[in-house]
Structures are given as C-alpha cells and as structure tokens.
Design a binder for this molecule. Structure first.
Ligand SMILES: *[C@@H]1O[C@H](CO)[C@@H](O)[C@H](O)[C@H]1NC(C)=O
Ligand SMILES: *[C@@H]1O[C@H](CO)[C@@H](O)[C@H](O)[C@H]1NC(C)=O
Ligand SMILES: *[C@@H]1O[C@H](CO)[C@@H](O)[C@H](O)[C@H]1NC(C)=O
Length: 397
C-alpha cells in the first residue's frame, strides 16, 4: 500500500512539475488554432444560456432516418408517447454563433481522423454526430463498422473517419469489454494505458469523456504490475483520487503524442442524471418521482444540480488545466441538468425484460442516465462544433 501511494504521489508531482516548467500555455497571440474558421464574440461563454422551444428548427434529423442509433436510444421506436424533448434549442446568453453546418464540418475533416474516447454517454454523442452528418453524405459514400472496442464511420468522398473507442475509465480496466461489462467491482490498472492509447495515436481531433463509472462507488481497486505478474498486487483508493491519477496519465500521454499545431483535444464534462424528483421539487404523494413521465425541462431558475459530483468536476478542470497540450472543456453539465425530460426512461431496448412488478411502477426501471436521440447530445455536438471551429479568443480555448 505504502509503496503505491508513494509511486502515485511521484507521478502526480512529475505531472505538475512538467506543467509548471512549460509555463502557463500560450494565451493571447500565438498562431491560430488548427480547425478554427472564425472566433466566438468576446465574452461569449456557450455553457451559459437557456433552452428555447424551437419547433421549426429542431430536431435536426429524425430518429428513423439515422441508422446508427443503438436500440438503447431509439425512444420513439420503443413507444415514447411525447416528442417535445426533441424540439429544444440551446441559446447561449448574450451571443449567437453560426449553426451547425454538416458540409463545413466534413470539409474541415477532409483527410482527417476524429476520435471519441469514453463511455456510453460519449458513444451517444458520437452517434449523434454521425446522425448530424449523415444527410450531407450520399448513400454508398459512407460506411460504418464496429470491431471490438473501436467503431469507425468513414466518409469516403472526404477521406475522413469519425471513430469511437470504448474506454469508460480511460485507464485499462475490467470494464473494457465493449459489450459485456458491469460497474460493480471496478478495477483499473495503475500502469499507463498503452493498450488503449495505441488506438488514439494520430487522431487529429480527440474528444474524451469519463465520469459515470467513477461515481458508481466510493472506492476503486487498482492493480499494479502486468497481466502475467503473479503477485496480483491490488490496492484500494478513493474514486476521486484514482480519477485524478488517471487524468494525469492522459495528460502525460497527450504531451508525448499530440502536436497542438495540428491537432485539437477536448474533454466533455459530466453528464448529469435525474434519478430523484424531490431534488427539483417533484414531491407527489406517491413518493419520489424521477425522470419517468417528465415532458418539460426544469425551469432556468432552478438550482437543481443533478447529483453531479462537484469534486469530480473540479478534478477534471484542475488536472486538464495542467496540460501543455491545450484541452478544451466542452461544458455540458449545467445545460443538461435542466433536461429532466430528455432521458430514455423506459423507452429503450431492455437487456433484461422488466418483471410484472416493475411494469406496475415504471419509475422503478426508468433509465435516467442516458439520453434519447435526437435530443440533448445533439446540443453537446453543437458546443463541440463551436469550440472546434469558432474558438473564443478570451480563453486558451
Ligand atoms: C460549466 O458551466 C457552468 C455554467 O456556466 C459553470 O457554472 C461552471 O463553472 C462551468 N464548469 C467548468 C468546468 O467550466
Ligand atoms: C455550409 O458550409 C458550406 C461549406 O463551407 C457552405 O458552402 C454553405 O453555404 C454553408 N451553408 C449554410 C447554410 O451556411
Ligand atoms: C405518467 O403519466 C400518465 C399520464 O399523464 C399518468 O396516468 C401516470 O399516472 C403517470 N405515472 C407516474 C408514475 O407518474
């Protein structure tokens, strides 16, 4: 135990020292960021704003016309009775940016490789992006294939790929099987994530996320040494500490493998859940409600925080700020907290058929974590689009 803690501290210290030695990044001046075609107006923070109902402009695509959506996210096909959740547009406060243009994005990605790395929420965002681009590419000029942990979408006329790599904790873990995995007994490998990161090399745009699997329990197990190490040396750590450790490993990998003159890196912040209606003032006599049956967003005045761990958010912000390769935060947390209405609820493919008892109270098996498509992840991609092509001059990104 003691040995590992010392090793961990050394790792953290090394990362911090490297960041300090590099100075505070290249704020102001400097060459334009790769992929930038414009700039956000001064003072424009796209994470602040409000949801506006817009039946004319939303949704951007129909659920049935996008073949890439997994059956866990096709809510209409699974009987969801309402559709209003598809019709909200995010309006940043005090500024407007160009709307999503699939042709522009494809042209900018010509000859490039864009890669999402993370968990099922990141996969939802990835699929949303494919749906947003789908219509702009003729049939026969695109393909989609998944092999083990890697999904590859190819836009042939653009010689571009948009890919997703399953690594819910970024580090190597016992959750790495893309199909068979469970959030119980989480175990990560303390060593650098070489097996995963060999797939990340050479990407021109990287979009990471990682949150949900870390908050499935207070503690996490860490395995030291290699697969064939007979000692199977396992120690336990607080999840948040282990999360910081892994983010530092990601930063070290970025600094060694990513050229910021050619590539951009983003991290999507925590996606909130809506599992307890009392938190937004829904205290009906029948007991605690949740996202089930919700058909409208929470009002902008609400202070609902989605149960999101503020410690984990802080860890994300603090560790990534130390990176010499700038990492743009796609801050989806607050805007998604308003959207109690947009989860898949019970309208999804169920891996295990609900029991008669569960069916009698659908709240008991409603999924208040994942999001229907079209829906909220389309807005996450709009934020990503703005950050990638219209970065703000105010901040590093
Ligand atoms: C995300 O945006 C919210 C709302 O503007 C803000 O309160 C929060 O500090 C932001 N978080 C990060 C990590 O930038
Ligand atoms: C989208 O981008 C393309 C390529 O830059 C451009 O030709 C087209 O006019 C844009 N469409 C809209 C609606 O702005
Ligand atoms: C869900 O809404 C329907 C229709 O308004 C209502 O009959 C039902 O009681 C609601 N269920 C729950 C669990 O709130």
């Amino acid at each position: 135990m003691k040995v590992l803690v010392v090793a961990v501290l050394a790792l953290v210290a090394a990362a911090a020292a490297a960041a300090a030695a590099a100075g505070q990044g290249e704020e102001g001046g400097g060459p334009p960021l790769p992929f930038a075609v414009g700039a956000a107006p001064a003072g424009c923070d796209v994470a602040q704003g409000e949801w506006v109902r817009d039946d004319d402009a939303r949704p951007w695509y129909q659920e049935w016309e996008c073949p890439y959506i997994q059956p866990q996210l096709t809510c209409q096909a699974h009987g969801r009775p309402d559709k209003a959740y598809q019709s909200w547009r995010w309006q940043p406060r005090g500024c407007s940016l160009p709307s999503f243009n699939a042709t522009l994005m494809l042209e900018m990605l010509r000859g490039k490789r864009m890669l999402f790395v993370g968990d099922s929420l990141n996969r939802g965002q990835y699929v949303s992006l494919l749906c947003l681009l789908h219509r702009a590419i003729p049939d026969g000029a695109k393909s989609f294939e998944t092999v083990d942990s890697l999904s590859v979408f190819r836009a042939k006329n653009y010689d571009a790929t948009i890919e997703f790599y399953w690594a819910p904790m970024l580090a190597e873990s016992n959750s790495d099987d893309a199909v068979v995995h469970s959030a119980d007994d989480r175990l990560i490998r303390g060593a650098p994530m070489d097996r995963h990161s060999s797939f990340w090399k050479g990407a021109d745009v990287l979009v990471f996320n990682s949150y949900l699997w870390w908050v499935a329990g207070d503690k996490i197990q860490i395995l030291r040494g290699a697969d064939n190490d007979p000692s199977k040396d396992i120690v336990e750590m607080k999840s948040e500490e282990a999360y910081r450790l892994v983010l530092h490993q990601v930063v070290r990998w970025l600094e060694r493998n990513v050229d910021p003159v050619k590539s951009r890196v983003f991290f999507v912040t925590a996606s909130p859940t809506h599992t307890d209606g009392r938190a937004w003032g829904d205290d009906d006599a029948e007991g605690s409600g949740n996202c089930y049956n919700q058909t409208s967003p929470i009002s902008a005045a609400s202070s609902y925080r989605g149960g999101t761990s503020q410690e984990m958010l802080r860890a994300t912000e603090e560790v990534l700020a130390t990176s010499r390769v700038p990492v743009g935060l796609v801050n989806i947390t607050r805007l998604s907290e308003y959207r109690r209405d947009a989860h898949t609820q019970t309208y999804k493919k169920q891996w295990v058929e609900p029991t008669a008892e569960q069916r009698a109270d659908p709240r008991s098996y409603a999924d208040c974590t994942h999001w229907c498509l079209p829906g909220v992840p389309d807005t996450w991609n709009e934020l990503l689009y703005w950050k990638l092509f219209f970065p703000s001059n105010d901040q590093v990104l």
